[in-house]
Design a protein around this ligand. Structure first.
Ligand SMILES: *[C@@H]1O[C@H](CO)[C@@H](O)[C@H](O)[C@H]1NC(C)=O
Ligand SMILES: *[C@@H]1O[C@H](CO)[C@@H](O)[C@H](O)[C@H]1NC(C)=O
Ligand SMILES: *[C@@H]1O[C@H](CO)[C@@H](O)[C@H](O)[C@H]1NC(C)=O
Ligand SMILES: *[C@@H]1O[C@H](CO)[C@@H](O)[C@H](O)[C@H]1NC(C)=O
Ligand SMILES: *[C@@H]1O[C@H](CO)[C@@H](O)[C@H](O)[C@H]1NC(C)=O
Ligand SMILES: *[C@@H]1O[C@H](CO)[C@@H](O)[C@H](O)[C@H]1NC(C)=O
Ligand SMILES: *[C@@H]1O[C@H](CO)[C@@H](O)[C@H](O)[C@H]1NC(C)=O
Length: 433
């Protein structure tokens, strides 16, 4: 009996035409179409979410059977889709086509309600001019991980409501100055890991705002980047951009980049310049220009020495400052860098062999202090200047065993978090026990 049942199960698909509804009775249907012939005369009005895999280009007409479909996912299909029209159900709002090795996209017609189109991880080399025509409600478009070299100049112009556009990890070397619709307000434009040489926008045909632009690893970019519209976060990590002037910018992430000139950014709050070969001279010049700065990461640079007080200038009041891995051998006393707003200071993995508590004279609100990986033999951990401290790291210094025991005991009774090294000790190394 069991064998007969199995035989029937195996045989049904090859016998002939199977109604879709007999394969899926619920709202959600996941189906591999390998060797299966569907009966295209009996609709399945129950299905709202359909996931098809291992199909042929002709199988896309399955969607004709599902008038109530809202989500469609198509994975690993074979065929040449360049002439396939996908006439989708009227209420479709999410469409994912991860077709496999397909280079030509089906033509997407009459899916004006579509909000999300996911074409990531195909082998798309080029897009036709009219690929997105009619997708006027699209909010999110994923084209990452394809082989796109060029984009037709106006291919995105119908997408006036687009919020997210992901073109990362393609082969795009040039973008037209008008590739985005005029006055569009986007949340994210992701261009990371493309051989892009520049990004420019025409004076009168540019977006109104893009909250976040990611140009990480666009190593071929050179020279100046200026974006004439509102943008809050710009990621230039590992890019070749040398200078940037972006008036509304609040966050500049330029770690390991070639950025060495920044100006006219009066709203800048967060600045990440890790690994940019900065010396104090250069860092000083940059930081003083940005009185609005709050969070600054200068780790992995060459800041060996910070001079003490300098009455002549106004300093920004940092909240978080990272000076880890710089080769610093002393901290300045009375330096406005460590001011009233400072809550977190990381000076780990430098060459500090002493810390004068006067450094923290003005830093009443210091809550996090990272001192690990220096050459300290002692420091005034009982100082009242550290009363507000909530976390502290001191491992991998030169404290001796009894000093460590004393300090660990002192903090052991407090609510302060004493961080531990990856090998598990807070100060006293296991072999010194
Ligand atoms: C797909 O078909 C079109 C038209 O028949 C043709 O121009 C194109 O080269 C084909 N693409 C592939 C990858 O075979
Ligand atoms: C895509 O092509 C690669 C190599 O050409 C092959 O190994 C892989 O199986 C193909 N994938 C699909 C889904 O056809
Ligand atoms: C879109 O739908 C309309 C009406 O249903 C039809 O006339 C038109 O041909 C369709 N467009 C395409 C490109 O298929
Ligand atoms: C696409 O549009 C451009 C101009 O925007 C035009 O030069 C080109 O011929 C068009 N290509 C096709 C295939 O329609
Ligand atoms: C920093 O300097 C090193 C050695 O001169 C160089 O190889 C590296 O590219 C520089 N890094 C940056 C981000 O300029
Ligand atoms: C400071 O920078 C170092 C190196 O870039 C990083 O490992 C560390 O987590 C940062 N510290 C803080 C407090 O974020
Ligand atoms: C920590 O608390 C224990 C018991 O509550 C007490 O015996 C010990 O003296 C305290 N240590 C310090 C350093 O205050």
């Amino acid at each position: 009996m069991k064998i007969l049942y199995l035989l029937i199960l195996i045989a049904i698909p090859t016998w002939g035409w199977t109604p879709l509804r007999s394969l899926c009775s619920g709202l959600y249907c996941k189906l591999s179409l390998e060797n299966r012939k569907l009966d295209y005369y009996s609709p399945a009005t129950n299905i709202v979410h359909l996931e098809l895999s291992s199909c042929q280009d002709s199988d896309l007409k399955t969607v004709l059977l599902t008038p109530r479909l809202r989500w469609l996912t198509v994975l690993h299909c074979e065929g040449n889709f360049s002439t396939t029209h996908l006439e989708a159900p009227p209420n479709l709002d999410i469409l994912r086509l991860r077709l496999g090795n397909v280079t030509d996209l089906p033509i997407l017609a009459n899916i004006s309600k579509l909000e999300k189109l996911d074409l990531r991880r195909n082998n798309i080399v080029q897009l036709a001019n009219k690929t997105f025509q009619g997708l006027t409600n699209l909010r999110e478009l994923n084209l990452q991980d394809n082989l796109i070299r060029e984009l037709p100049e106006k291919v995105f112009h119908p997408l006036k409501k687009l919020l997210y556009l992901d073109l990362s990890r393609n082969q795009i070397s040039q973008l037209s100055e008008t590739f985005l619709p005029r006055d569009i307000e986007m949340i994210e434009l992701n261009l990371r890991e493309n051989p892009l040489t520049k990004l420019e926008f025409a004076i009168f045909v540019h977006p109104k705002s893009i909250d976040f632009i990611d140009l990480t690893n666009c190593q071929e970019m050179r020279g100046q980047l200026s974006l004439p519209f509102k943008i809050y976060t710009l990621n230039l990590e590992f890019s070749g951009v040398e200078s940037t002037h972006t008036f509304w910018l609040a966050e500049l992430k330029a770690a390991n980049s070639k950025v060495n000139d920044m100006s006219m950014m009066p709203h800048l709050k967060v600045l990440d310049l890790r690994g940019t070969n900065l010396t104090w001279l250069r860092a000083n010049e940059i930081l003083r220009r940005y009185i609005t700065l709050e969070i600054v990461d200068l780790s992995n640079n060459f800041i060996r020495f910070i001079p003490s007080e300098d009455h002549q200038s106004v300093w920004p009041t940092f909240k978080k400052l990272n000076l880890s891995r710089n080769g610093l051998w002393d901290l300045p006393v009375n330096c406005p860098l460590f001011g009233v707003q400072l809550t977190s200071l990381d000076v780990s993995y430098n060459r500090l062999n002493r810390i004068d508590m006067a450094t923290f004279e003005g830093a009443y609100d210091l809550e996090s202090l990272f001192l690990q990986g220096n050459q300290l033999c002692n420091f005034e951990y009982r100082s009242e200047k550290l009363y507000n401290l909530k976390e502290l790291a001191v491992y991998d210094n030169d404290f001796d065993g009894s000093y460590c025991r004393e300090m660990e005991g002192y903090f052991g009774n407090s609510s302060l978090i004493l961080h531990r090294s990856s090998r598990g000790y807070a100060c006293l190394k296991p072999e010194e026990n």
